[in-house]
Ligand binder design. Structure first.
Ligand code: PEP
Ligand code: MG
Length: 865
């Protein structure tokens, strides 16, 4: 049949052979949500794309993965081969036409490598769309059947020329009704302590990832797409509000259930809105700010975001606006521009996520999530359809969300505003051909001063020349502060507007230990600060060098100093810093932020790679420690009133033994056998160890491994500490998780911002439980380690060693310092300090007594970065 165009109607012929599929089936919210336009998808069995009607080619990107043609009457038809194929950069595609060329229906447009795309793209489904805004709508479509090239695919009509959209062959306006038939609607009262802020919004989006269908939330007449964190946050929902949840589609019931659970506070961490990324205990020192003259000799107070000292010259960094042209060059051209730029940014962020340390990875993950936020995409595409350029549309979409979030007046949204503005910049820079956001070259010893700094800007600066950072605004827990701390760059924030009056090139002394920025402090002070810096640098270098040697106390007792690891980058950092092994591999990193669990083979490959990165040193793999506070979409948990006391740690694993069995086999397969040992989280009684040990033996038999494997337990609850003697009969070793042990002993949520200062693992109650655990371990000759945060606290080292701990597993960067301290202590000294600590009445008193006994306070506190 020929494609015909008559009375404002046009028949489109199938451009590919395959199976015609409704757009809802496409694994991409932009297409499934019909943001670009309505139409059908074809799951292709042929590898040549033909013209569906007569027309002119109006868009064909360099990547040749998509093409748009315009019919004589103005219908614009976009054909997009596969999903996420822009990232292939043209590999596997060959175009047979150019922009401007007139083609006739059935003419060959693009040939492609079906196998390559099947392997490399997210999906082969090829949307054939009538572009939004071109004035045509779909009248009938030939969906869910096998089609050959040239079969009738759709009939489309100019607005006003036809009836409502129908599948061809449907006998009335029933298709839409049929789709809506399983709509689920529920009104839910929000129990979340702080309403829908960033974390619950992200939890809702994450919970919906594995569920199909359209889901929205309505309150006070405002409706938001529940797959958009931005839209959800903008609703400004507060505790006690009633929200209408509506879901349509295959998984409607599950979607409503999942959202209701989040809104009921099932996943909430008591105390609420912990930021998306938790700060590695910034030293925040709020200071009264007097109006200060800025000139030679003046000093400006600020809030410490990243400790340290820097001497250098002022380098002013202004965020240069990126110019954009408002008018676009056609819907297809601009749509593909936007798609291309987002794909580039996505690829760069994904690459960064793969290699980043924990901190940076969480920030990157937040950016990735926002990059694909359907509200931003929808708004941008609507603006493009109205004639805007891609850059202008993206900026407007971001700015509208930023304004809406700012209007809520909720300080918890500040981080998200920063993320959005950062993302605006990254996409605009990508459109203008800048792959990396390099803001400006730096002179040596630059102390960068700015009103605010975006994380991507910081990452783009030359770290070898960056000595310090001073910001007029900002907070100690903003993403940029967290990144600065992770990079070891001293930073002061919230210094105030005076900072912006400091002249370019002024000599600066940034004291981010005490919280002052000194402007032109005079040659003498600068020289003294340089001497102090040199002393710190050489002490650190010496400690680092010595860190490569095994650790013994001054009187020859072996203390193993291991590292906690949560990624390959961490393992590499651990080895560089002299870790003698990994005392805790948090395997959660493999399971989060994805739609399906990692396969056994994938897990095995990751563990093997980590074992190799540790170059034969022991690797302690903790089984999945997941629970209600870290929901994973493919593991829907029953709603829990009190997630911290619910299905957590080994309990989750025993509830889903299929996942545990896979993980055990993956660990047991790592070579050489003997390098790995297994650690079980949140154990409270011997039955749990026995169950897992039986599964280990079963898995060992399945993979035919002869050598046994050590099976240890984490002591993280008062119950396990008190029962340590019984547990020691079953377990091969202990590792004390002081983070949870402190939380459960003191009954204080470890993520509670108000309680953070009181949640000190040096509390004598916690120390008494550690003492009891170590005693029980000694009785059975079991090794006892500490892998919680206390192991990274230098003040705690003599106490823990004195209590009988033989292994400390710490964050990699503190290992050289820890080893240096331990080498100066004798076991007798440590025993005395520990005994005295156990007699104190508070954590502060313990800290003071330990410091008094050792008498070298500066070595325990300053410069430990
Ligand atoms: C702990 O609780 O101390 C611990 C090491 O485990 P996590 O911090 O991963 O809960
Ligand atoms: Mg724990």
């Amino acid at each position: 049949m020929r494609a015909t165009e008559r009375r404002g109607r046009l028949v489109l012929l199938a451009p590919l052979a395959g199976w015609s599929t409704p757009l809802d089936e496409i694994p991409d919210p932009v297409f499934a949500g019909r943001m670009l336009g309505d139409g059908l998808a074809v799951d292709p069995t042929s590898a040549t794309l033909h013209a569906p009607c007569d027309g002119q080619i109006i868009a064909l990107p360099e990547s040749r993965h998509a093409v748009t043609l315009r019919s004589d009457a103005g219908a614009e038809i976009l054909m997009h081969i596969g999903i996420d194929t822009v990232g292939l950069g043209g590999e596997g595609f060959e175009a047979h036409v150019r922009v401007g060329r007139k083609v006739i229906a059935g003419e060959r447009l693009i040939t492609f490598d079906l196998d390559l795309i099947a392997r490399r793209a997210k999906s082969l489904l090829t949307p054939i769309l009538v572009m939004e805004g071109c004035g045509f709508t779909v009248l009938r479509s030939n969906e869910s059947r096998e089609i050959a090239v040239g079969d009738v695919l759709m009939e489309i009509a100019q607005a006003g020329a036809g009836e409502a959209s129908l599948p061809i062959g449907a006998d009335g306006p029933g298709a839409d009704t049929a789709r809506n038939a399983n709509a689920q609607i529920r009104t839910v009262r929000v129990a979340l302590e702080h309403g829908i802020h960033a974390r619950p919004a992200a939890q809702i989006v994450s919970a919906l990832k594995s569920l199909a269908g359209q889901v929205d939330l309505t309150i006070h007449g405002h409706t938001a797409n529940a797959r958009s964190t931005v839209a959800l946050m903008k609703l400004g929902v507060r505790k006690g509000d009633e929200v209408r949840v509506r879901a349509v589609g295959r998984d409607a019931a599950g979607a409503v259930e999942a959202i209701a659970a989040v809104l009921a506070g099932a996943h909430e961490q008591t105390g609420g809105p912990a930021p998306a990324v938790q700060h590695a205990s910034p030293s925040v020192q709020p200071l009264a700010r007097a109006t200060v003259e800025v000139g030679p000799g003046s000093a400006l107070p600020g809030v410490v975001a990243s400790r340290g000292l820097a001497v250098g010259q002022a380098v002013r960094l202004a965020l240069r606006e990126i110019e954009v042209t408002p008018a676009g060059a056609g819907i297809s051209h601009e749509t593909l521009q936007l798609e291309g730029a987002r794909a580039q940014v996505r690829a760069r962020l994904e690459a960064a996520r793969a290699t980043a340390s924990n901190t940076a990875r969480e920030i990157v993950a937040a950016h990735l999530e926002l990059l694909d936020d359907p509200e931003l995409t929808e708004k941008s595409l609507a603006l493009i359809a109205d004639g805007a350029s891609a850059a202008y549309a993206w900026r407007q979409a971001i700015r509208a969300s930023v304004e809406a979030l700012r209007a809520l007046g909720d300080p918890r949204m500040a981080e998200r505003v920063d993320d959005l503005l950062d993302l605006e910049r990254q996409v605009l820079l990508s459109m203008s051909g800048h792959a990396i956001a390099v803001a400006q070259d730096l002179p040596p010893d630059a102390i960068v001063l700015a009103e605010e700094l975006l994380p991507s800007q910081l990452v783009g600066l030359d770290a070898t020349r960056l000595a310090g950072i001073g910001l007029a605004a900002g907070g100690a827990t903003s993403h940029v502060s967290i990144l600065a701390a992770a990079m070891g760059i001293p930073a002061l924030v919230a210094v105030g507007p005076g900072l912006l009056r400091i002249p370019e090139g002024a000599a600066l002394l940034l004291d981010a230990d005490a919280g002052w920025l000194h402007v032109d402090p005079g040659a003498e002070r600068l020289a003294a600060a340089r001497r102090e810096l040199e002393a710190r640098t050489s002490r650190r270098a010496a400690e680092r060098e010595a860190a490569q040697r095994d650790c013994y106390t001054a009187d020859g007792t072996r203390i193993e100093v291991f590292a906690n690891v949560g990624s390959l980058a961490d393992a590499q950092a651990a080895v560089r810093n002299g870790a003698e092994g990994c005392g805790l591999l948090r395997t959660e990193f493999l399971f989060l932020e994805r739609g399906t669990p990692p396969s056994e083979a994938e897990q095995h490959a990751e563990y093997q790679q980590l074992a190799e990165a540790l170059a034969g040193k022991p690797l302690t793999v903790r089984t999945l420690d997941i629970g209600g506070d870290k929901p994973i979409p493919y593991l829907p948990m029953p709603a829990e009133e009190n997630p911290a006391l619910g299905l957590r740690g080994v309990r989750t694993s025993l509830w889903r033994p299929d996942l545990l069995r896979q993980q055990l086999r993956a660990i047991l397969g790592v070579r050489p056998h003997g390098q790995c040992r297994i650690l079980l989280p949140m154990i409270t009684d011997v039955a749990e160890i026995r169950s897992v040990r039986a599964m280990v033996e079963e898995a060992r038999a399945q993979i035919g491994r002869r050598e046994p494997i050590e099976l240890g337990v984490m002591i993280e609850t008062p119950a396990s500490a008190l029962m340590a003697d019984a547990l020691a009969q079953e377990a091969d070793f202990f590792s004390i998780g002081t983070n949870d042990l402190t939380q459960y002993t003191l009954a204080m949520d470890r993520g509670h911002p108000e309680l953070a200062a009181r949640l000190d693992a040096l509390h004598p109650a916690v120390l008494r439980l550690i003492a009891r655990t170590a005693q029980a371990a000694q009785g059975r000759k079991r090794m006892v380690a500490v892998c919680g945060g206390l192991a990274s606290d230098p003040v705690a080292a003599p106490i823990l060693i004195g209590l009988g701990v033989q292994e400390l597993s710490a964050v990699p960067s503190v290992i050289p310092r820890l080893k240096a301290l331990i080498r100066r202590l004798t076991l007798a000294e440590c025993g005395g300090i520990a005994r005295e600590a156990l007699e104190q009445a508070s954590a502060e008193a313990v800290r003071a007594s330990a410091l008094r006994r050792v008498g070298r306070e500066s070595e325990y506190t300053s410069g430990c970065d």
